[in-house]
Design a protein around this ligand. Sequence first.
Ligand SMILES: Cc1ncc(COP(=O)(O)O)c(C=O)c1O
Ligand SMILES: [Zn+2]
Length: 364
Amino acid sequence: MNYICSKCGHQEDTGARKAQCDCGGLWDLDYHPPKFDLSLVDSGTWSLFRYRAFMPLAGETWKSVSMGEGMSPVIRLDEDVLLKMEYYMPTLSFKDRGAAVLITHCKTIGVESVVQDSSGNAGNSVAAYCGRSGIGCEIFVPEGTSPKKIAMIKAHGAAVNVVPGSRDNCADVCRAKMKAKNIYYANHVYNPFFYEGTKTYIYETYEQLRRIPENIFVPLGNGTLFIGIVKGLEHLLESGVISRMPKIIAVQGERCDPFARAVSVHAPHPQKVSPAHTLAEGIAIGEPMRGDEILRMIYRHNVEVITAPEDGILPAREQLATKGVYCEHTTAATYAAYLEYRKGKGNLTDCLIPMCGAGLKSDK
Ligand SMILES: Cc1ncc(COP(=O)(O)O)c(C=O)c1O
Ligand SMILES: [Zn+2]
């Protein structure tokens, strides 16, 4: 199995530990799964590894890494909205999908320790799976990260560095350490194995409903769930399992919206944004590393990019909580954006919205 550089096409074995190509391009995987078919799903495995026939994983390492991640129920919120309960996961967020697959890869190639930067949830996931797999772990989080997320990372045995400044600055500091010390970068944005985990969001939805809803809402910061969803849908389409792409609606925060701005002028690159303080910390990414790739997906599939009103986040969270669904602020932002979007739409039915992170992770 090879990595293939998204910029220059250079290939390298996935046993390589380089975070990116020498030219600076990020890695993709030279991997084409077999046609999607429910008969290839291992229904006896109760985790996302039931879809391993469509994943580039060799051997059985996944068995000792998996904690039963994935398998999140789809529940009905109201007549028009289905929620996929992504916070019903080992570390209470959808990032476990990607981390389970990425850390399986790390263990398979014998990685002994990793570094990772995160606004919190991806750090929680990587720390947990590293703890379980006996891999050393150091996580960099930006200042302002919820103390609960930090406590969780530490509890899994990882070292935590709180970095002053923005989320983007935190990533820069982590990457400097990774380069200086030559430690494996178990990063959800750089490492394409992560997307092989997040794409199961779509496989699962299809297996659960035997169809794909018409409107797929997805939060968009660095795009780990977004890219997974697009990959999964493209795979179902190429396999003839669905006959057309559903409408995808990507949600950014109104205080950090590099993709929304780019799309409004049909630009090929995300517009640089310095994020202002926002409750939607998980999607406050001013300089998304896979920005051009994500924009190409946006244009290819006519994805609509909308923004969540900052003052709608807490009311949206309350509204969900009174119906039994207690999610974190970033997740409430997706619902707030949906509520705003539907105002002008009259008839907006058959929507799927992910509940990405648990309410107990937010401070207030
Ligand atoms: C709760 C939650 N929702 C959504 C996202 C957005 O994911 P991404 O930055 O990969 O687009 C994150 C990322 O950390 C998150 O923690
Ligand atoms: Zn390259």
